[in-house]
Design a protein around this ligand. Structure first.
Ligand code: M6R
Length: 627
């Protein structure tokens, strides 16, 4: 939540900062701002609303300079106003900060340490600017306690890095932070605790951002800051320290994402592009991981030998939102293929229980961003209790990828739309491959393994076929556009598909929808049904087909309109439903990869028809880095 960009180098900073903010807009879009240093001054421009509003405002402003910071906000403390928009400044206007995270003890600091300072916003962040101001002032005139506001201008003799370090030692909470000072136009300070920050290393130019997307156009050499680290960056290089001024030595690494992956490529929305990316990126998830001859998969990053793998007697899949629905498919796969009892835990619940774990428990954290605060906290708890902890993550170098003892990148490429699509299908692919790998050490025969490997090989083509339903889905959406409620139903592996279809619809259209397992209908939800309450049901040809069919009959008897996702060639579906979307058959465990596609399209076309902001739905941010 919230996106930060910083630039220091030899180019004009403003276009780089604004373009960078557009890349990070998925992290928050309540308000945005930039600050650029030039000729001994800092110009700060902020605007409420999306980046376009800021860009419009900047059209009438001259903001030259080769050094600056920028921020796009998802409000936590303080309403959505220009005063509360970042970057924030200290009393003198010389120290400017942009922050992602929450400073929990900001009131305490304000009342105890910063008496006399003038606060102009209602944010927790502003405290950082004033704390740095106080310690900076202190470094100019030592032994000045309590920490006073600056009087008049400050000399450029202070120690900015140490001032930031001292300030950060006082705060409790989380931060990804960039700091600039008018009198230090060659220095950018960046620090991280709990909110991601990446340094991009160019040729006499450096970038700082919440993720790599703002810098991909300029460099693929990056350094990921770890918690408790602070970087001092100049146009000539950077140095990393801990919060006790000790140097930390880190090498930059090459990332293989490129800028075009983070573009819409001519399509109207990132979400549509990402839905249509799926047949391509699933190949990236599978590449080099399927072993034809042995009918198995091999995910090397697991970092477990066969003895350890055999010692696992319980699997826990921890995730939030869409990732948790991918995890539910993973549960079916682990139990069916490997015979290992598997639980899916919503991270925000897991972290506050006292989970019973031991060294025979394998915990996977599943996350697109790798930065979801609840998932990170839950994984730390699992690690503390001695479980094997592994990640299934998309964003390279993200916190979960770095903190777990192994795991697998899902290789979905940058996912820019807030509503997750391609990450979900790639997560399922990776989890089913893991289940196969464990299953082949236990009870899966080579013949069954080979069939699954073959189904994986065919999945991309079948996803292409599922995408061809787009026009048909659009027609159906036009027919149902006036409805205020939808019910999604599925059974077995298709229950998570129903949950995901319902979440997608809620997220981007704001239409109320519910999702239930088909067999649960008669225990309550059936009371909702009427001709005004359409049902979207997944009734593909698998072992629960007949059961699902009976559930559909029950709905028909209540006269609710029925939209069915059915297997190609299933003529009976037409008899049962008002509308049918046909998808190609595949092995049951892979069905969610195919069957979710028309539901993603359903939500997408509905949102477009209703004129909603598809890529940036209200109240949401892509990466939920606060509790
Ligand atoms: O980055 P993560 O996969 O950890 O994110 C988890 C959820 O916040 C995420 O899936 C959310 O539910 C999406 N907006 C769904 O489209």
């Amino acid at each position: 939540m919230c996106g930060i960009v910083g630039y220091i180098g030899n180019k004009e900073a403003l276009p780089i900062l604004v373009k960078g903010l557009r890349r990070l807009e998925y992290r928050g879009y309540d308000s945005a701002g930039v600050a650029v240093a030039h000729g001994g001054n800092i110009k700060r421009v902020r605007a409420v609303g999306k980046i376009d509003n800021l860009a419009d405002k900047l059209q009438s402003e001259k903001v030259p300079g080769t050094f600056g910071i920028a921020h796009t906000r998802w409000a936590t403390h303080g309403g959505v106003t220009e005063e509360n928009a970042h970057p924030h400044s200290d009393c003198t206007g010389k120290i400017i900060v942009a922050h992602n995270g929450i400073i929990e003890n900001y009131r305490e600091l304000q009342h105890n340490l910063l008496v006399g300072h003038t606060f102009v916003s209602k944010t927790d962040t502003e405290i950082l600017a004033h704390l740095i101001e106080a310690f900076y002032q202190d470094s100019v005139k030592p032994a000045n306690t309590p920490l006073p506001p600056s009087e008049g201008g400050m000399a450029a003799t202070g120690d900015l890095r140490t001032a930031v370090e001292k300030a950060l030692r006082k705060v409790r909470g989380t931060y990804g932070l960039v700091v600039m000072h008018q009198d230090h136009p060659d220095t950018l300070i960046a620090a991280r605790l709990g909110s991601p920050l990446v340094i991009g290393v160019g040729d006499h130019e450096y970038f700082v951002a919440s993720d790599t997307s703002p810098m991909l156009a300029y460099t693929q050499q990056v350094v990921f800051l770890d918690d408790g680290e602070l970087a001092e960056i100049t146009p000539n290089g950077f140095q990393i320290y801990n919060l006790h001024s000790q140097r930390v030595h880190k090498q930059s690494e090459q990332i293989d994402w490129n800028e075009s992956e983070a573009e819409k490529n001519g399509l109207p929305h990132f979400m549509l592009k990402e839905i249509f990316d799926q047949p391509t990126v699933i190949k990236d998830a599978l590449r080099g991981r399927l072993v034809e001859d042995d009918g198995t998969a091999h995910l090397g990053g697991l970092n477990m030998g066969e003895v350890e793998m055999r010692s696992v007697n319980r699997v826990i899949l921890i995730a939030c939102g869409t990732a948790s629905y991918a995890a539910m498919v993973g549960k079916y796969a682990f139990e069916r293929l490997a015979g290992i009892p598997t639980e899916v835990e919503v991270a925000s619940e897991f972290r506050y229980r006292d989970p019973i774990l031991d060294n025979h428990t394998l915990v996977f954290g599943i996350s697109q961003s790798g930065e979801t605060a609840d998932t990170i906290a839950a994984l730390r708890e699992a690690k503390r209790k001695g479980a094997f902890v592994r990640g299934v993550v998309n964003v390279i170098g993200s916190t979960i990828a770095r903190e777990t003892d192994g795991g697998t990148y899902i290789h979905a490429g940058p996912e820019m739309a807030v509503a997750s699509t391609k990450a979900y299908t790639n997560m399922i692919a990776v989890l089913v491959m893991y289940a196969l790998q464990f299953g082949r050490l236990r009870r899966v025969t080579v013949a069954t393994g080979e069939r699954l490997v073959k189904a994986f090989r065919e999945i991309s083509v079948k996803m292409e076929q599922a995408l061809q339903t787009s026009d048909k889905v659009k027609q159906i959406v036009e027919k149902y556009q006036g409805h205020k409620n939808f019910l999604f139903l599925g059974r077995g592996v298709n229950f998570p598909v129903a949950l995901e279809g319902s979440l997608k619809l809620k997220e981007i259209t704001y239409i109320h929808s519910e999702a239930y397992p088909g067999g649960e209908m008669k225990h309550g939800p059936i009371a909702l049904l009427s001709p005004e309450f359409p049902v979207v049901a997944i009734m593909t040809k698998n072992q629960l087909y007949d059961k699902m069919r009976s559930n559909i009959e029950e709905i028909r008897a209540r006269k609710a309109p029925i939209i069915l996702i059915a297997t190609e060639g299933d003529e009976a579906a037409k008899e049962l439903a008002d509308d049918v979307i046909y998808v190609p058959p595949t092995m049951e465990l892979l069905e969610p990869i195919i069957n979710t596609i028309p539901l993603q399209l359903f939500a997408y076309h509905m949102a477009v028809l209703l004129g909603k902001d598809v890529d940036r739905p209200r109240n949401l941010a892509k990466s939920v880095t606060v509790e």
